[in-house]
Design a protein around this ligand. Structure first.
Ligand SMILES: *Cc1c(COP(=O)(O)O)cnc(C)c1O
Length: 365
């Protein structure tokens, strides 16, 4: 039996044993009433975590599948990409791979691209869409999105939002924030097994989807839209993962999304307080990569002082029974990341942080 509470990677995240067990449901014909009932049962929970009344698509793929959908099915024209970390860079790369002419607005890794800069660029040129990563998992930065959708709309562009480590851990109001395409993956703050992606498109996004030059088939938003109303998936679904999703969404409903977000914020606050104490106790300058007030509640990226290597910290934590993340991309050697998302608790996280502090004390001495 899997022991929950030792796996603090910023994705995939730890999964409760009852959710792992829920995957063992029976096979079902996917064009039939029992499957449609299962599929329909996911919708209220998914709409709740996305903050939408629109139907939520379920893709049998990791989140990258819907990153591709987002740009591929957007109306024709150039794409503006806000790049402040590895996943934001990947989003821009995917847009290029889908044949878009991509302009990049860059921020230092750990920062976010200011809205004023986005506005200035949108004034310069007519963009079809703007890609942004809500919670940048490589740096722990959270881009505020409350005004982002409206800004894109004012300039005729679609807002395309990677909220893979946002949804179900950070506040998300896809509809109220006027976002046009928002997606996540099952294995991050939703704390489900990997293999599903969830996404929601606005009416506005759908209004021009038929203009997209080559939507392909597997990740075609129009197919998702047509089938979701029948409570079906376009192709054979990963039914066992849908059983797990149903169980976990019921659990999230019981917790309530506001309590869930507050728990994530409490875990993030604990991590910041722990880091300040650790810095003081060891006399070593560790610091948080993202700026205050722009930090994700689901992941913290910590810059290590010269002489302490990310790999060694990860290994030391593992020797003490905890899995944490190393730095990602160009921050690999010099940073570590703690994933405090999903179903972890403040008490559980404090055990992990104690083990990391012991490791840092060893390595700093
Ligand atoms: C994990 C992650 C992805 C990629 O998700 P996959 O499920 O591995 O395809 C994309 N964006 C962000 C911000 C992520 O954290």
């Amino acid at each position: 039996m899997h022991e929950f509470g030792r796996f603090f990677l910023p994705g995939p995240t730890d999964i409760r044993p009852d959710i792992l067990a829920a995957q063992a449901g029976p096979p079902l014909p996917h064009r039939g009433a029992a499957f449609e009932a299962l599929f329909a049962s996911l919708q209220p929970g998914l709409q709740h975590v996305f903050g939408t009344t629109r139907p939520v698509y379920v893709s049998t793929s990791s989140a990258t599948g819907l990153m591709e959908s987002a740009v591929r099915c957007a109306k024709p024209g150039p794409v503006l990409s806000l790049v402040n970390g590895a996943f934001a860079e990947r989003f821009a790369d995917i847009a290029r791979a889908c044949g878009r002419d991509v302009t990049v607005l860059e921020a230092k890794w750990g920062d976010t691209v200011p809205l004023e800069q986005v506005e200035a660029e949108l004034r310069q040129r007519a963009y079809a869409g703007v890609t942004v990563v809500h919670s940048e998992t490589s740096t722990g930065a959270l881009t505020p999105l409350e005004e982002f959708g409206a800004l894109c709309r004012a300039h005729g562009a679609l807002s395309l939002v990677d909220s893979v480590t946002g949804v179900a851990g950070a506040a998300m109001q896809a509809e109220a924030w006027q976002l046009d395409f928002v997606f996540t993956g099952s294995q991050k703050a939703l704390a489900m097994p990997p293999g599903l992606a969830f996404g929601v498109a606005s009416e506005r996004y759908l209004a021009t989807v038929h203009e997209a030059p080559a939507r392909g088939r597997y990740f075609d938003v129009l197919e998702f839209e047509q089938y979701v109303h029948k409570h079906q998936t376009p192709n054979t679904p990963a039914t066992s993962l849908l059983y797990a999703a149903a169980a976990q969404l019921a659990y999230i409903e019981r917790e309530s999304i506001s309590t869930r977000v507050a728990r994530h914020e409490a875990m993030a606050a604990l991590t910041y307080a722990w880091l300040a104490e650790t810095r003081e106790a060891l006399g070593v300058p560790f610091c948080i990569q993202a700026r205050e007030h722009e930090r994700s509640p689901t992941v913290t990226c910590i810059a290590l002082p010269p002489g302490i290597r990310g790999d060694d910290v990860v290994k030391g934590a593992l020797d003490r029974g905890f899995v944490i993340g190393g730095g990602y991309g160009k921050l690999k050697a010099t940073h570590i990341r703690i994933g405090h998302m999903g179903d972890h608790t403040v008490d559980g996280l404090s055990l992990c942080l104690a083990a990391v502090r012991e490791t840092l004390a060893d390595l700093a001495s």
